[in-house]
Design a protein around this ligand. Structure first.
Ligand code: FES
Ligand SMILES: [Fe+2]
Length: 368
């Protein structure tokens, strides 16, 4: 799979895995089982029983272990077979499953599937808003039948909103002043867009004061490897230039984990600190964002993947537009990190690529 290995990926929302949950999920084309030990600590082990290869998530939770639902072998969070109900009860030495470092942070479960030492300091702190109690989090998980890099592309080129999401997240009026500023710092890519003096997109209207017929709208995107996108988005009173004066804003997270080469997990959240008590605003935001992701983004990206017939996007030599600048920079940054990781591995250096690589290229605002 063309993906970074020595980095943290989102395996799930922490609240997807309750005390009795056995959550089977394919991550980086590997079957993984997520569950909680008796002390509540979440663990990740291989989801494939070494006996007849049944998925362990179809078994049951027994104390600190999971019992295979087919013939009853039991495995703990260290991947060890701790009970064999057959014969004299001896546990064959080959009866074990892999384990993966798993960390619960920012309301998410982060998994490390590479060989290098898992460095917890690489879990992005900028996602701490996902666990802030003063925000309301409209969050979810989608399976998308498309390569994770197409999801990176989708977020980093918000011009698609003016066509795919007009009437919900965006408006055609935003196109009249679409001049995003793109830059790169280390391995992170930023894309800031200002849309001054526009009618606010319908997502925002129930939460804005009635007199806010027009607003200055802003979208501040940032990407970090391998596929973590944060979008700060909001409205401010027309003519004010700082923060969200006289307006409202939210942090949104768009976190992608490869499932297979051509499918991905999409973990999203719209985390707002306004109108926390309003069920009307809450329902409107949940419905509108879900509609945009499920009925607008997902079908388009999946259709795009089908049209590409398994090829990598860049190998098809796509026409590049100025609006592709940020997405192309992300692709270049990620390709550089993946290449560096491969080179390090072939030299026998198991480094944590996401933390140690730097792009030496000059930053420019051209997609080409
Ligand atoms: S397949 Fe798991 S015990 Fe037989
Ligand atoms: Fe979209």
């Amino acid at each position: 799979m063309n993906a970074l290995k020595n980095t943290w990926y989102v395996a799930g929302w922490a609240d997807e895995v309750g005390p009795d949950t056995l959550l089977g999920r394919r991550l980086l084309d590997v079957p993984v089982l997520l569950f909680r030990a008796k002390d509540g600590v979440a663990v990740a082990i291989g989801d494939r029983c070494p006996h007849r290869f049944a998925p362990l998530h179809m078994g049951r939770h027994v104390g600190d272990a999971v019992q295979c639902g087919y013939h009853g072998l039991e495995f703990n969070g260290k991947g060890q077979c701790v009970r064999n109900p057959h014969g004299n009860g001896a546990t064959p030495s080959a009866a074990r499953v892999p384990t993966y470092p798993l960390v619960e942070r920012h309301a998410l479960l982060w998994i490390w599937m590479g060989e290098a030492h898992p460095d917890e300091s690489l879990i992005p702190n900028r996602l701490s808003f996902l666990a802030e109690g003063h925000r309301v989090h409209a969050k979810g998980h989608l399976n998308v039948n498309a390569n994770y890099q197409l999801l990176n592309d989708n977020l980093m080129d918000l011009s698609h909103g003016m066509y795919l999401h007009r009437g919900s997240l965006s408006t055609t009026e935003m196109g009249t002043s679409y001049h995003p500023r793109v830059w790169q710092e280390g391995d992170s890519v930023f894309c800031h867009r200002e849309s001054p003096n526009i009618v606010p997109p319908s997502l925002w209207t129930p939460a804005l004061p009635k007199e806010a017929q027009r607003v200055d709208f802003f979208s501040y995107l940032s990407w970090s490897a391998p596929s973590n996108v944060v979008l700060e988005v909001g409205c401010r009173r027309v003519g004010l230039t700082k923060g969200v004066e006289g307006g409202i804003s939210a942090y949104t997270a768009h976190l992608f984990t490869p499932e297979t080469e051509q499918s991905s997990h999409y973990f999203f959240s719209f985390s707002r600190d306004f109108a926390q008590q309003s069920s009307l605003v809450d329902e409107h935001i949940r419905q509108t964002t879900r509609h945009a992701f499920v009925n607008e983004d997902k079908p388009m990206i999946e259709a795009q993947q089908r049209m590409m017939e398994g090829a990598d996007l860049m190998s098809l030599q796509p026409v590049l537009l100025p609006s592709d600048t940020a997405a192309v920079r992300v692709r270049r940054a990620l390709a550089h990190l993946i290449e560096k990781e491969r080179t390090d591995l072939s030299r026998g250096e198991g480094s944590a690529s996401a933390s140690t690589s730097h792009l030496g290229e000059p930053v420019n605002d051209s997609a080409n």
